[in-house]
Design a protein around this ligand. Sequence first.
Ligand code: PRX
Length: 673
Amino acid sequence: MSNKPEGTGIDSVLNESRRFAPSDDFAGRAHMGSLDEYHKLHARSIEDPGSFWAEIAGHLDWFTPWDKVLEWEAPDARWFVGGTTNLCHNCVDRQVNASMGEQTAIIWEGEPMDGGEPEIRRLSYADLQRETAKFANVLKSLGVKKGDVVTIYMGMVPELAIAMLACARIGAPHSIIFGGFSASAIADRVKDADSRVIITCDGSWRRGNVVPLKDNVDAACRQVDTIEHVVVYQRVANPVEWHHEPSESHNNKRDHWWHDLMLAASADCPCEPMDSEDLLFVLYTSGTTGKPKGIMHTTGGYMVYTYYTSRIAFDMHANLNQVYWCTADIGWITGHSYIIYGILPNCVPTLMYEGAPNHPGPDRFWDIVERHEVTQFYTAPTAIRAFMKWGDEHPKAHDLTSLRVLGTVGEPINPEAWMWYHQVIGQERCPIVDTWWQTETGGHMITPLPGATPTKPGSCTLPFFGVDVAIVNEKGEELPNNTGGLLAIRRPWPSMLRGILGDRDRFIETYWSDIRTESGEIYYKAGDGARRDDDGYFWIMGRIDDVINVSGHRLGTMEVESALVAHDTVVEAAVVGMHHEIKGTGIAAFCTLAPGVKPDADLRDTLRSHVANEIGAIAKPDMIRFTDALPKTRSGKIMRRLLKDIAEGRESTGDTTTLEDLSVLAKIRESDE
Ligand code: PRX
């Protein structure tokens, strides 16, 4: 018997040998200025995580000190055990107390450019303190108490930041739902979290159109009966329905204007001392079943880790006139961690932009970078590919010399897009941090440090401090370099998920069951395939489960399938990811129809809108094919690999011997797109 670990059958093909080292100038001023320093500190963080993380946690304010840095009994971690703190305090009040109240915390730019100028708002830490305290009192006046989950469904306005910080201030965990999700998606999440209060906007601007957020909330409220209060921030002044009648379970009015409630609210609301392990928020993300999972993040560890990764990966300095911009929506984990919670404690202004990257023209982002002299810019590969397509003349028309660090997140970046980002946006001067992480990890896990790590286009490079990553097979055996395998994390890290809301079994089954060593240790399974090269650099190869990454947003193929079969014309559906030039992965749906239903273009449009209504526009299939039957194994499992080949226009080269009826494939190939 050989000692070689068994492989996982994940093949790695990318071969990229270019390397880009940080300039001496950049390295000289960075927090982490050499690869040696990184390696030494990484080794220390792994050997003695207790002293390492205690030192970092000491940069922030705690109301009572912790007794122990970590208690770990896989899969349950408790960080900074016994300590109390408050994340809103560390984002806002701490700066006010340190005489920085007048400095800018948030720069906001609205989408409309009427008259050629956008609306800009700047909120200082003192403004944020006043507004969050007032809104925290509003929440209390509506009966919200520590531990109650508050749902937030808003556009990208400063009030979204205020609402989430107000929740953190009083210890009410928030559940933020991306404004692109539909009424049904809101209803499912509200039900799952048993939430009684929703905060929304009348509407939000997107590419010059109004997204009717309040209408969607009204429709969601018709599907659940737990909602007692809806607070509406007026952003676009579109007509909205108003519910004056008492709700069944409460005597007060259901709908309230944000501005009315704020008028009466006091600005005095001390931050609630929170146990380090108290729930900070729930954020839903897709998995391999039709039901999204409520990922739970707690207070202390998440605070310390997002603060420190922001500081080191984006090289944040409070005193260098930096302006940081992450283009994500706060409705995703990227926005939670790297627009608000990790950034504000670093005392660097965080820029929030309300709208689309191509409104009113395809140069809008570069216009913003120039106007605000952005120093750190963090976006997704899908956006970068769109910019490439729109043409170099748009960034070239703007002064981008303020930029120092560029970041990407959400999906693997193809080397061509990386090179374009490096040359056209970074002007060959700015290090690129390709950050690999997940909703579940809370913060960056594998990322270059801009002053220390030489980068290679397409690689997220090396693990962050305290992170122990390995490429393994299901027995937890490490695979040789350059062999594709499962990406596993072998030790706890401060911002790791603490569970799935209300579903302990799914938490264990999804993340903590598949990789088990012979001695019985279990590792965190990220759900990605990856390889490590001879320099120890990681290369992410993509999801290994039925989760796809559309424009950097995660979707379960099962979710889209469930939406399709919920339509009465569809009997069975199979959804797979397919290569897409801009989105990275597009959605291909194969549907069998009920008897007598006509498979035509109208039906395709109907089904696409139906999926948008059920989930949201991001889930609309890019291709729908109608077929009499789906390719299945003899045991009835749909052979998605073959469907992916068809969607991408390839002949199937793999094994088809388990296919029940070979003629099915030929028929699907003949069907129109
Ligand atoms: O497949 C990986 C991909 O996005 C997944 C996580 O998605 P989500 O929880 O929505 O979080 C996205 C933002 C953190 C991962 O399992 N992914 C994320 N970042 C990268 C990436 N794939 C390759 N390179 C990255 N930098």
